[in-house]
Design a protein around this ligand. Structure first.
Ligand code: NAD
Length: 481
C-alpha cells in the first residue's frame, strides 16, 4: 500500500490520521492511503490560501498562463501513470481514465489561453471627458468540493478557470478517489504554482464540513455531487455573501423518434448509459421511444448491452469496469430490485457477474429495464449505475412531456432525421445540455456546461461562462479633462 502526502501551503504533508483508498475491482486490500485532515488542518489550509491569494492575484496573467500550460504538459507526459491510479481507485477502464487525464490537461490549456485575455467592457459615460470600463477581478479563496466519478476532470473543470482568474483554492476531493486530485495538484506544484494558491484538503466531508464552510475567508463554494449534500451546503450559505455553484444530479433522457437511425441511436444510448458503469452525471438513464420502432430499437440496445465485457478497468478487453464502491453497487442493485417489485421487467442484466474472478469487486451487469411507467421510482430517481429504462410513447409531444416530467434538467438527446423536430426539441426540453443525434455525455471544455432545475445553479461551468462564477465586476470611471 502506498502512502501519499497532500499539498498544503506548497509543502507535501502528512498528519498521522489516514483514509484508505480501495480498488473497486478487488476490495480485499487497500491500494493507498492519504492524510485524513482535521478541522484544525482546514483552518491552516485557509491561512495558506490567504497568503497564496495575496501573491497570485498580483501575478501577471501571462505568468499564470505559463504555469497552467506547463502543468497541462506535465499531466499529458504522466498520463499513463495517472490513468493507472485513476482506474485503480475509481474502477473506470484504462481508456476512460486516459481520456480523462487528457481532458484535464485540455482544461488547463484552454483557461491558460483565456488567462492571457483581460476581461471587461468599455462603456460610455454621460460625464464629459470621462471614460468608464468594467473589469473582472478574482473573488479570493474558493472552495471546490468534488465527487468520485470523474476525480480528475471535475477538479480541473473548476480549478482551471478559478486559478486563471487569480483566485486561491482549497480542493476537497471525494474520500473514495483522492489520488487523482493529488496528481492534479502535483502537476501544478511542479509547474511552479506559488505556495498556498492550491491546497488539497483530503478528509471526510461530513467531519470537516463545518471548518470548510464556516471560515470567514471563504468567498465562493463550487460543489459537484449529490443533491442531498449540495442542497444542505447551499442552505447553510443562504444568508451569507458566499457565492454558491452546484452541479448536482441528473435523470437524463434520450428520445428516439420513429424516423431515427436506430443503429446509431442504440450505440449512442449504450455509450451514454454504460460508460463508466453509468456513473456520469450526464449518463442517459431514460429512453423514450416512439412506439412503431420500440421493439426494433430495444433489440438493438440489448445487443449493445450484451456485447460489453465487464471486468477490472485495467484488464485488457474490459469495456465496462466496476462501480466505485460496495455501497454504490448495493444501492444500484437495491434500486433495480425495487423497480421489479413495482412492475418493471429486467430485459438484460439486473445482477452481478457470475464469474468467480470478479467476486471481490463492485460489479453490476449492464441493465436494461422494460415495462416502465413514469410513476416508477427508477424512472424518477437518479441511479448512478449501469441501468437504463425504456418507455414507449405515441407522439413527439408526449416524448417532450416525458423528458420534462422530472425534477432534474441536466442533459437530453433526440434522435431524428427531421430538422424541425430537432430544433423544436432543443427549444422545448428543459435541460442545460441538448444533443441531437449524439449522446447526452461528452461536452468539450469550451462548451458551457450545467443543469437547470434541481440539477444545478445559475452559474455555468466550462467555456468563458465559467469565469463569471470566479470573478466579480468592478466599474472604473476615469476623468481626464
Ligand atoms: P456526494 O454528494 O456524496 O459527495 C460529493 C463531495 O462532497 C465529496 O467530496 C464528499 O466527500 C463531500 N461531502 C459529503 N458530505 C459533505 C458535507 N457534509 N460537507 C462537505 N462536503 C461533503 O456525491 P458523490 O456520491 O461523491 O457523487 C455522485 C453525485 O454527484 C451524483 O448525484 C451525481 O449526479 C453528481 N454529479 C453531478 C455532476 C454535474 O455536473 N451535475 C457531475 C458529476 C457528479
Amino acid at each position: 500500500m502506498r502512502t501519499l502526502e497532500t499539498l498544503l501551503g506548497g509543502e507535501w504533508v502528512a498528519t498521522g490520521e489516514w483514509i484508505d483508498v480501495h480498488d473497486p475491482s478487488d476490495l480485499r486490500t487497500p491500494v493507498a492511503r492519504v492524510p485524513a485532515l482535521s478541522a484544525a488542518d482546514v483552518t491552516r489550509a485557509y491561512d495558506h490560501a490567504e497568503r497564496g491569494f495575496a501573491v497570485w492575484k498580483r501575478t501577471s496573467p501571462f505568468e499564470r498562463a505559463r504555469i497552467m500550460a506547463e502543468a497541462a504538459r506535465l499531466l499529458r507526459g504522466r498520463r499513463a501513470e495517472i490513468a493507472e491510479d485513476l482506474a485503480t481507485e475509481m474502477g473506470k477502464t484504462r481508456a476512460e481514465a486516459t481520456g480523462e487525464t487528457i481532458k484535464a490537461a485540455d482544461f488547463l490549456e484552454y483557461y491558460a489561453g483565456l488567462a492571457r485575455q483581460g476581461y471587461g467592457t468599455l462603456v460610455h459615460d454621460v460625464r464629459p471627458d470621462t471614460r468608464t470600463h468594467h473589469q473582472r477581478e478574482p473573488l479570493g479563496i474558493v472552495l471546490a468540493i468534488t465527487p468520485w466519478n470523474d476525480p480528475l476532470i471535475t477538479p480541473a473543470r473548476k480549478l482551471a478557470p478559478c486559478l486563471a482568474a487569480g483566485n486561491a483554492a482549497l480542493l476537497k476531493p471525494a474520500t473514495d478517489t483522492p489520488q487523482a486530485a493529488l496528481h492534479f495538484a502535483r502537476a501544478l506544484h511542479d509547474a511552479g504554482l506559488p505556495a498556498g494558491v492550491l491546497n488539497v484538503v483530503t478528509g471526510r466531508g461530513a467531519e470537516i464540513s463545518e471548518a470548510l464552510i464556516s471560515d470567514p475567508r471563504l468567498a465562493a463554494l463550487t460543489f459537484t455531487g449529490s443533491n442531498e449534500v449540495g442542497e444542505a451546503l447551499r442552505a447553510q450559505l443562504a444568508n451569507s455573501n458566499i457565492r454558491f455553484q452546484g452541479e448536482l444530479g441528473g435523470k437524463n433522457a434520450t428520445v428516439v423518434l420513429a424516423d431515427a437511425d436506430l443503429t446509431a441511436a442504440a450505440k449512442a444510448v449504450a455509450a451514454a448509459a454504460f460508460a463508466q458503469a453509468g456513473q456520469r452525471c450526464t449518463a442517459t438513464s431514460r429512453v423514450i421511444v416512439e412506439r412503431p420502432v420500440y421493439e426494433e430499437f430495444t433489440a438493438l440496445l440489448l445487443a449493445e448491452a450484451t456485447a460489453l465485457r465487464v471486468g477490472p478497468g485495467l484488464a485488457a478487453g474490459t469495456t465496462m469496469g466496476p462501480l466505485v464502491s460496495a455501497r454504490q453497487r448495493d444501492g444500484v442493485l437495491s434500486d433495480i430490485e425495487r423497480a421489479v417489485k413495482q412492475g418493471a421487467t429486467v430485459l438484460v442484466g439486473g445482477d452481478q457477474p457470475r464469474d468467480e474472478a470478479l467476486s471481490h469487486g463492485c460489479y453490476v451487469n449492464p441493465t436494461v429495464l422494460g415495462d416502465m411507467t413514469p410513476e416508477l421510482d427508477i424512472w424518477r430517481e437518479e441511479v448512478f449505475g449501469p441501468v437504463v429504462a425504456l418507455l414507449p410513447v405515441d407522439s413527439f409531444e408526449e416524448a417532450v412531456e416525458a423528458v420534462n416530467d422530472s425534477v432534474f434538467g441536466l442533459a437530453a438527446a433526440v434522435f431524428t432525421q427531421n430538422l424541425g423536430a430537432a430544433y423544436r426539441f432543443a427549444d422545448e426540453a428543459e435541460c442545460g445540455q441538448i444533443a441531437v443525434n449524439t449522446t447526452t455525455s461528452g461536452w468539450d471544455v469550451h462548451h458551457p456546461f450545467g443543469g437547470f432545475r434541481d440539477s444545478g445553479s445559475p452559474f455555468k461551468e466550462q467555456g468563458e461562462e465559467a469565469l463569471r462564477f470566479y470573478t466579480r465586476v468592478k466599474t472604473v470611471a476615469v476623468h481626464f479633462g
